[in-house]
Ligand binder design. Structure first.
Ligand code: AMP
Ligand code: MG
Length: 402
């Protein structure tokens, strides 16, 4: 059986960025920008008024001005401003030829419909004017490749008139829960049956990491049905199957994958929970699919997702492959560990309490890989190395954040 580190090495090698493509900017939030965005326009595109007011010649010493016309945002001045004259402009309107400053509407007095009294202090040249190209100029790179697009980035692309953007798209991930015992929550649960908790959990986890999920529902432990559903899942970038990957009579998944031409990369890992994890890859008609067969118990599914699937999804979305980051903490309770597999044990980190720079971490009472309820209190998994030993209060441990 391989170690977690070896398994991560395999997953990392197989997790290549999805081919980039153009998407509407409205669908690009959080995605990796694949090429620089270069502006084809100046910003602002013309000298523009930042105020509702009067465009004037700043050096003009006359105390009143004749109002020549009124220009709204979206309009264009027809006349030029000369000494003794002004044009009434709204915020966003182009600055009229001849004017070099805007006097705020609040600072002038209306003498009659066609004349204004200037403030005694006058106005400085440039006041209220945003010059063309003040923010950036045509030909300038406004967004560098490799960043994750934010709402502001999307607004900026819209500002320069760019409707589509070249990105690494979200990974599409198909999810299939297998097991004769499963029914969906809300359906009648017969004798020996249980509700499918992995499906909804994985769909939610995928949403939280901005992957696009494809829900294949529940597959019976029946070769024909599983073949059909898994075949459908191989059209996605990632197929996650839960259940049916261990050593039971109806654990059909590994055999079927192999029959369907999915290359097995590894099966079974030295870790707890999550030992039966199956991982492979498939390529057909240019579609590459990473295939994860996760053990059926919900906590095993969760731990396998956090440790293996999530880093793979990030790499598919264009990032460098990077195992889940760990934090260092100190135990608030003693822990006894037994066995030859490292254990990922649910724990609660108290982020408000550091002692000697270390986070305080409480290992939670947990009855094993079917015990989801303990996980509702967990915000991390403490990684207990293999072996038979006791750790005292204050012992230092590594944790994977959930
Ligand atoms: P398996 O990996 O198929 O042997 O399943 C291991 C255990 O996980 C069994 O007790 C299953 O009933 C349970 N299990 C499998 N799939 C699910 C699921 N989708 N939701 C909740 N429990 C499951
Ligand atoms: Mg099963």
């Amino acid at each position: 059986m391989i170690t977690v580190e070896e398994a991560l090495g395999h997953v990392g090698r197989c997790s290549r960025s999805i081919p980039e493509r153009r998407v509407p900017i409205g669908q690009s939030l959080g995605l990796l920008l694949a090429e620089p965005v270069v502006s084809g326009v100046d910003s602002p595109p013309f000298d523009k008024s930042m105020l509702d007011g009067y465009a004037v010649v700043a050096s003009d010493r006359s105390s009143t001005r004749r109002v020549l016309e009124q220009v709204m945002a979206g309009g264009v001045p027809e006349l030029a401003v000369e000494l003794g004259a002004t044009i009434n402009v709204m915020t966003g309107a182009p600055i009229p030829v001849g004017a070099d400053a805007i006097v705020k509407v609040e600072d002038v007095r209306q003498l009659d419909g066609a004349t204004i009294q200037m403030p005694e202090s006058g106005v400085a040249s440039g006041r209220g004017v945003l010059p063309r190209g003040a923010a950036f100029c045509r030909g300038q790179e406004v967004l560098a490749a490799g960043r994750h697009l934010s709402a502001v980035d999307i607004a900026l692309m819209a500002e320069i008139g760019q409707a589509e953007v070249q990105v690494v798209p979200r990974p599409r991930v198909a999810v299939l829960a297998t097991g004769n015992e499963l029914v969906e929550a809300g359906q009648t649960v017969g004798p020996g049956q249980i509700c499918n908790s992995n499906g909804p959990m994985l769909l939610a986890l995928l949403e939280s990491v901005r992957a696009t999920s494809i829900d294949l529902g529940i597959g019976r432990d029946d070769p024909a049905e599983l073949r059909r559903l898994m075949g459908e899942g191989l059209n996605a970038d990632v197929l996650i199957v839960t259940g049916g990957v261990s050593a039971g009579v109806l654990d059909l998944v590994p055999g079927l994958f192999q029959e369907m031409g999915v290359e097995q990369v590894f099966h079974k890992i030295r870790m707890k929970p999550g030992k039966p994890l199956w991982f492979g890859q498939h390529e057909q008609d240019g579609q590459r699919t990473l295939v994860f067969g996760l053990p059926g118990n919900p906590v095993s599914t969760l731990v396998s997702f956090e440790v293996f699937v999530k880093p793979a999804l990030r790499a598919l979305a264009g990032e460098k492959f990077c195992p889940a980051s760990t934090l260092r903490g100190a135990l608030t309770e003693p822990v006894a560990h037994r066995g030859k597999r490292p254990t990922y044990h649910p724990c609660q980190i108290d982020f408000g309490n550091r002692q000697q720079g270390l986070l305080m971490v409480e290992p939670l009472r947990w009855s094993g890989s079917a015990d989801l309820a303990a996980l509702t209190h967990a915000n991390a998994l403490v990684v207990l190395p293999e072996g038979d030993y006791e750790l005292e209060v204050g012992a230092e441990v590594d944790m994977v954040l959930l």
